[in-house]
Design a protein around this ligand. Sequence first.
Ligand code: ARG
Length: 590
Amino acid sequence: MTLQSSLSDAFGEAFAALGHEASFGAVVESIKGDAPFQCNGAMAVAGAAKKRGEKLNPREVASAVAERMEKHPLVGSLEVAGPGFLNITPSEKALTDTAQALAEDPIRGLEAGAQLSIVIDYGGANVAKPMHVGHLRSAVIGEALKRLMRARGHTVIGDAHLGDWGLQMGHLISELAIEQPSLVYFDPDYEDNYPDTPPVTMDDLARLYPKASNAAKDDEDRMELSRLATAELQAGRPGYRALLDHFIAVSIAALKEGYGKLGVEFDLWNGEACVDHLIPDMVEEFRNNGLAEEDDGALIIRVERDSDKKEMPPVMLLASSGAVLYHTTDLATLVDRKAEIDPNLILYVVDQRQALHFEQIFRAAVKAEWFRDEQLEHIGFGTMNGTDGKPFRTRDGGVLRLEDLMETMQSAAEARLEESGIGADFDDEERAEVARLVGVAALKFADLQNGRLTNYVFDPDRFTAFEGKTGPYLLYAAVRIKSILRRAEEEGAGFGDIHPDHEAERALVLALDAYPKAIALAAEKRAPHFLCDHVYGLAQTFSRFYTNCPILVDGTAADVRASRLSLAKATLEQLEHGLNIIGLDVPERM
Ligand code: ARG
């Protein structure tokens, strides 16, 4: 129970006692003025009355509430302002109790009411195709949402949902067949005992794919080879399937490493190929329940709704060639998730440009009565752009490789560290590790602090700045508290009860009190930037506290020091918890 929510409850009771709905008592943070909280319910009460044709003066409503609440133990002072605002300053006891509760548990009250089972589909890299920026954003946002939902107490499974079932697989197989025709895997009669070791490396895959897709671009015959290989693979040719399994294994190993460096971990490395065995029965189901129909040789599902304002094209279940499409694998994945996990909620963290695709498959899944509308959500996002305002590309116009991006970030971070003299006394290994953490933090925070749907420009210099709303600023803030606590320990200074006497101390207690609300908002809106705002505000409030309230300075009384150390410790714990959710790891020192 936070101080803010206790105040809301208390004001709610006062509104109810006066014959109004308790929900009008909601207490919010003030935007201006000295009082940290306000309640705007009186205006809302008057507004509701007006709708019923009654007349109520909001100032009078507010005064009546104020009269009831003035002596409330949580309230220090109350003021009715303007048209009927209630400005609320909590009592000293309320603040001290809150501080004490925070010292005991700085991350209390985060859990959601109902605990859900949630699948988050994110990452979405494709086997053998280089990653694009959309994959990066998906990984960073998806990971943050996964951790947010876990902090709320939900059970969450993160699934990488690899793209491993389309034409790109046919490209790979056919190109390999051209390069190494003797490869035993191509023998259609070769039923079992496929070699255990992959016949290709990640570098081979990265080379084969562009080679094939370029060759096929203006050569219809070459394209036909890729299409044929895709069709044969999808028809279940065992040698091709064995090859594909090797491609997938090789890719997963590489991706695990890349995502690992970014601090992104998946529980499942499933992909499109995992569900292909479910497709025939699923197609059968759609035929039998009358939802699928033939259209120009293709099999489609109509998903329009009366409320549609825009045209809603049908789901393509099977192409006229019989080929399986992106819609098909995503629907089969839903069949699989329903059977294996039966989640309450599935979040798809995928580029906003795929919004229509998800709307279509969600509607088909709802029509089939596998899920209800509110159980399937597309969490779209904008693009990370280059200075030209277009989705970011490398200098030579190529698509992003995660590795290169990470390197760019690390060197930008190294330059920053050098410029600010941080880590001058570290050995090379520690300096490199700190630069890596700073680079990753810079990239992730720059991404997550934006509203999801906002596009932003990739700017490593700005991202790695130690001043302003950046990842490095936050790491530095946390490291500074760590070093204060280390010094306190060396000096034998202990922790004690918190007395928030100074204005900056009270502000810090209130900032800490706002954590559960920030977490709830970020989780419910699927919007990590609310959490970014909180940790940034917390770091700034701590900084003001530290400037105004000396801790380890001679002349600070022992009990004041102990109180401030407790406050610093609670701040660090909450800050690190919040930073961890957005995926920022704090070094021991900087
Ligand atoms: N592999 C896809 C792409 O690169 C993204 C997959 C997103 N997830 C999904 N269930 N469709 O565009």
